[in-house]
Design a protein around this ligand. Structure first.
Ligand SMILES: Cc1cc2nc3c(=O)[nH]c(=O)nc-3n(C[C@H](O)[C@H](O)[C@H](O)COP(=O)(O)OP(=O)(O)OC[C@H]3O[C@@H](n4cnc5c(N)ncnc54)[C@H](O)[C@@H]3O)c2cc1C
Length: 334
């Protein structure tokens, strides 16, 4: 059976990877994008989907979630292949019919490709969770680790667990949507901006400090949560439809550090001015890249520029006779 070999495979569907997929498409590269999460957007989708961004050119302001939607829309002109919920764990060089390729491995598949763009940001995301009965049973059926969409929260009774900025921001953000919000935190003080806390105190959201989640209960969906104080003899069963665990995310570069790439430090892959790593045909861009002689500037706009450079450089790697400059998109017939 012949192999389905891609020109460029992009690791990570954050803003850098998405724009890289667009640019690769503009250069007619057969492109695949592999993302560990079930959805695109990287940090924008996971950490601040409903926040406004003010420093994306051409948008005086844009909500993170909307920017992701438009970036995905922009890639569709060239129809790249999206693979979600697969984390790339290793890669190797293989020869097939006399040509050399990279083979990327995930838990479930192998992906063959001529070139790679690593746009893995701060690493593959996994949400922090609690070893509490009911959490895994009701995952996606009333237990959430992050908010992709506010709509499921409309007219619901919500318990938010967490004491950081994200927990407070979500409590404020969902206040107009949910019928009732209870916020519990296991410590005495919330670790959030004072201005957000002041705003929260103006609402009727119940804030309970020194409280921890013991169990989540229900039949088909979540119906109750048992919470208890770690300071006093106070144990309560509260009626809830949704438990939102806002305990932060672990982002780990994990196995990527073992791929033989030159690293600038434990969080950045060293690249040259064309975003090329030390390995042939492998490029890196966005938050994960450190350009030699410069300092990483972890911004969306930096990732966009670097993704365009990397996709064009990958084109010249795959087609050595081609030019780096792609021509102007305004002059192309698309
Ligand atoms: C709260 C907050 C607010 C911000 N506000 C702004 C702002 O206003 N303006 C601005 O310019 N920047 C802002 N930033 C920074 C901006 O979000 C980042 O610079 C940007 O997300 C980097 O994009 P990226 O695509 O390089 O990486 P990421 O967004 O981190 O995306 C990387 C993706 O790769 C995936 N991935 C990683 N490893 C693997 C693997 N092995 N296999 C498969 N998938 C993998 C991850 O799951 C992730 O989805 C903000 C950041 C935060 C946290």
């Amino acid at each position: 059976m012949s192999k389905d070999i891609y020109d460029l495979t992009i690791i990570g569907a954050g803003p850098t990877g998405l724009f890289g997929a667009f640019y690769a498409g503009l250069r007619s590269l057969k492109t695949k994008i592999i993302e560990a999460l079930p959805e695109p957007g990287g940090q924008l989708a996971v950490l601040y989907p409903e926040k406004m961004i003010y420093d994306v050119p051409g948008f005086p302001h844009v909500m993170a979630r909307d920017l992701v939607r438009e970036l995905v829309e922009q890639t569709k002109r060239f129809d790249p292949t999206y693979i979600f919920e697969q984390s790339v764990s290793s890669l190797r060089r293989e020869t097939y019919k006399g040509e050399e390729y990279w083979v990327l491995n995930t838990d479930s598949e192998e992906h063959w490709t001529k070139a790679i763009l690593i746009s893995a940001g701060i690493g593959a995301f996994t949400p922090n969770t609690l070893p509490v009965t009911g959490i895994s049973e009701f995952d996606g059926r009333g237990v959430f680790h992050f908010v992709q969409d506010r709509r499921p929260f409309r007219h619901k009774k919500v318990l938010i667990v967490g004491g950081g900025d994200t927990a407070i921001d979500w409590a404020l953000n969902l206040n107009q949507w949910a019928d009732q919000i209870t916020l519990i935190h296991r410590r005495s003080g919330f670790r959030a901006h004072e201005s957000s806390l002041a705003e929260l105190r103006e609402t009727d959201i119940e804030m309970l400090t020194h409280f921890e989640l013991e169990t989540v209960e229900g039949t088909d969906t979540v119906e109750r949560a048992l919470i208890s104080s770690n300071k006093e003899d106070d144990r309560r069963s509260i009626d809830v439809d949704i438990v939102l665990l806002s305990l932060g995310f672990k982002a780990s570069l994990g196995p990527m550090l073992e791929w033989g790439l030159n690293l600038a430090d434990q969080r950045h892959i060293q690249v040259d001015g064309l975003m090329q790593t030390n390995l042939p045909g492998i490029y890196a861009a966005g938050d994960i890249a450190a350009v030699e002689g410069s300092e990483p500037l972890s911004l969306i706009v930096t990732g966009f520029g670097q993704a365009a450079i990397a996709a064009n450089a990958a084109h010249t790697y795959i087609n050595p006779e081609s030019k780096l400059f792609p021509g102007h998109s305004s002059e192309l017939r698309l």
